[in-house]
Design a protein around this ligand. Structure first.
Ligand code: AMP
Length: 599
């Protein structure tokens, strides 16, 4: 093992073991993040064998946070963000308050000071950005109303933590700790001499200054840079510009304005989302994002000391209960109080029922200020790793509870469409949200169609196929997961099933047993493969037509049981050849006379 290259060793050991254990976890039908955490524990200092550099692993994980938040920002507009503030602000504030209270209570039982309880409670109240965003991306929830609420909630928590991190050193003396004004290399500290209100004022002013700079200067400069680079025609430069802007804005936000890296990255993404090139920008950052966010789990695993569990059983259970039960209940009650559907409340509760990176920073700070006993940090670490491990299970429980709670509430509750959006929402926003109510309770209703075609995906390919089916008067329905496309389809009177077609409930709502044909018009062949398997299991006689982009994908899909696989690029070539030969054969024939081929 090379000892003089700790960065390389950490990346190689982290990614390598994460891959091995992620694959193993997948084999045993456990979420891969469990494998990543185990890999982290193994390369951590608390287990024998190779020890990776925890500091470096942490910094690498921060890059994962930046890229994840940047990616989320790319799908967000300022309007989206403002449209959820009515629930996100009170929701996050009440949840933080409630979790802090529970934390103070447990601290009191353990015989700690009030200050210790406060730091402990605060640390238990903030969810991990990485865990939440990855869970929602996996379930394709980011661009739904629930996803927006959760992201808004996360951003309020983020801001609250920025405040907590600057205030704790100032308040340490009052709370019974040891105030420290020296050697603060972290990004968040302000001199204690400012006083409490001075620190709060300066911090808020800096955050506001950052937002203004981004909205006024960034909004002009960033799209200009992207367009300039796109015109150079260099793919390498374009990728570089996207990465440089995401990382640069995040780091600058943290260094210059004292805003968190995550928030800075989110704003960089949000500004970019206004440019038409944003979709390309998003794709450019995907592979890096996935690699670095895996390192996040490895770095969490590294912090964990399995031996700290010994003799700490009850306090750890109580900590875990605050994180997964206490916080969830608070979130659930708040979301329901705002009269959102039960499914939304369950999803938000599940996504926030974990803690991560911010909690570690708070715990470290608390111990450094002599506010939090070492035991508190151990409990927070154990609570984090256990709650992250349990998180996929929380989503499963939420899914299971949905129909049950829905039935009980269904008798008493008002119809969902009548739901007001919240007191602080402006009239324009009420209209925009109310115009597209998301019916998300329970599995989607099953179609009455039979002998029909199921068309999966209604983008560039699916929409053309759909138009042809309609013209031929063939009965069909569309499975789509993009909210905007769904609204358009509904307006056009086309039957839809909303959601990811790879999801069992969604797919069976399209009645595959009674369907004649399945048309997979989505670009991702792996996902399409999963759907083919599902279709074959439900209806061996169904005729499956799928879309692919390479010969290998054609083989893959055929191997899984697709009857016909159309390779996109080959069809494009065919179209081009047709135009060329038509022109060569008949000079009078205009190119536009050649109709696009559907199959
Ligand atoms: P395009 O590549 O332009 O043909 O667009 C593909 C369309 O399929 C988009 O509208 C996506 O929202 C949709 N889509 C992709 N994957 C899925 C999926 N697993 N389930 C439902 N819709 C999907």
């Amino acid at each position: 093992m090379p000892h003089d290259t700790p960065l390389i060793a950490t990346i190689v050991a982290g990614l390598g073991l994460a891959f091995v254990f992620g694959a193993l976890a997948n084999r045993f039908r456990v979420p891969p993040l469990v494998g990543y955490l185990v890999a982290g524990v193994l390369v951590g200092p608390n287990t024998p064998g190779f020890v990776a550099d925890a500091g470096l692993a942490n910094e690498l994980a921060e890059i994962g946070v930046i890229l994840l938040m940047f990616g989320v920002g790319l799908h967000f507009s300022l309007k989206d963000l403002l449209s959820v503030r009515a629930i996100a602000v009170p929701g996050a504030v009440v949840q933080i308050g409630f979790a802090s209270l529970l934390g103070v209570g447990l601290a009191w039982l353990l015989g700690w000071s009030l200050g210790a309880g406060l730091v402990f409670g605060l640390a238990l109240s903030v969810a991990s950005t990485v865990v939440l965003l990855r869970a929602m991306q996996e379930r394709r929830l980011i661009e739904t109303e629930r996803g927006r609420i959760a992201v808004g909630w996360l951003i309020v928590e983020d801001l609250a933590m920025v405040l907590a991190l600057v205030l704790l050193p100032v308040l340490a003396g009052v709370l019974g700790g040891q105030p420290q004004a020296d050697n603060h290399s972290s990004l968040f500290f302000l001199p204690a001499s400012y006083g409490i209100w001075g620190v709060v004022g300066v911090t808020l002013a800096k955050v506001a200054a950052f937002v203004v700079v981004m909205l006024v200067v960034g909004r002009r400069v960033i799209p200009w840079i992207l367009h300039y680079v796109a015109h150079t025609g260099s793919r390498e430069l374009f990728r570089l510009s996207v990465l440089a802007i995401a990382l640069g804005v995040a780091f600058g936000a943290a260094k210059l304005f004292g805003v968190s890296l995550a928030l800075g990255a989110f704003f960089a993404g949000m500004i970019m989302s206004e440019s038409e090139l944003s979709h390309r920008a998003a794709e450019e950052s995907l592979p890096l994002r996935d690699a670095f966010s895996v390192l996040f789990f490895v770095s969490v695993g590294m912090l964990f000391d399995p031996f700290s569990l010994v003799g700490n059983g009850l306090p750890i259970l109580a900590t875990l209960a605050i994180i997964v039960i206490g916080k969830s209940l608070a979130a659930f009650v708040i979301v329901i109080a705002f009269r959102y559907p039960i499914a939304t409340a369950l999803m938000i509760s599940a996504s926030l029922a974990q803690i991560g990176e911010f909690s570690f920073i708070l715990a470290e700070l608390g111990v450094g200020l002599k506010l939090l006993p070492e035991q508190g940090r151990d409990l927070i670490l154990a609570g984090a790793i256990l709650s992250i491990l349990l998180n996929p299970l929380m989503f499963l429980i939420a899914d299971r509870m949905k129909p049950w709670l829905g039935k009980r509430a269904g008798k008493a509750a008002a119809p969902e469409e009548a739901r007001p959006i919240g007191p602080a929402t402006e009239p324009g926003q009420v209209a925009s949200v109310a115009a597209a109510p998301e019916k998300e309770d329970g599995p989607p209703p099953r179609t009455a169609l039979s002998g029909h075609s199921i068309l999966v995906g209604y983008g560039r390919v699916g929409s053309l196929v759909g138009a042809a089916l309609k013209e031929a008067a063939l009965p069909f329905l569309v499975i789509e997961d993009a909210q905007k496309t769904l609204s358009k389809l509904k307006a056009g009177g086309i039957e839809t099933v909303a959601g990811n077609a790879a999801n069992a409930d969604v797919f069976s709502a399209a009645n595959p047993e009674g369907a004649k044909r399945l048309i997979l018009a989505i670009p991702n062949a792996f996902e399409a493969g999963q759907i083919v398997l599902r279709a074959r299991a439900a209806n061996p006689a169904i005729n499956v037509i799928a879309r692919a982009h390479s010969d290998a994908e054609v083989e893959h899909l055929k191997g899984l049981g697709a009857d016909t696989v159309i390779m996109g690029e080959r069809e494009i070539a065919r179209g081009i050849v047709e135009v060329v030969t038509a022109k060569a054969g008949d000079p009078a024939e205009p190119a536009s006379a050649v109709k696009p081929q559907l199959a």
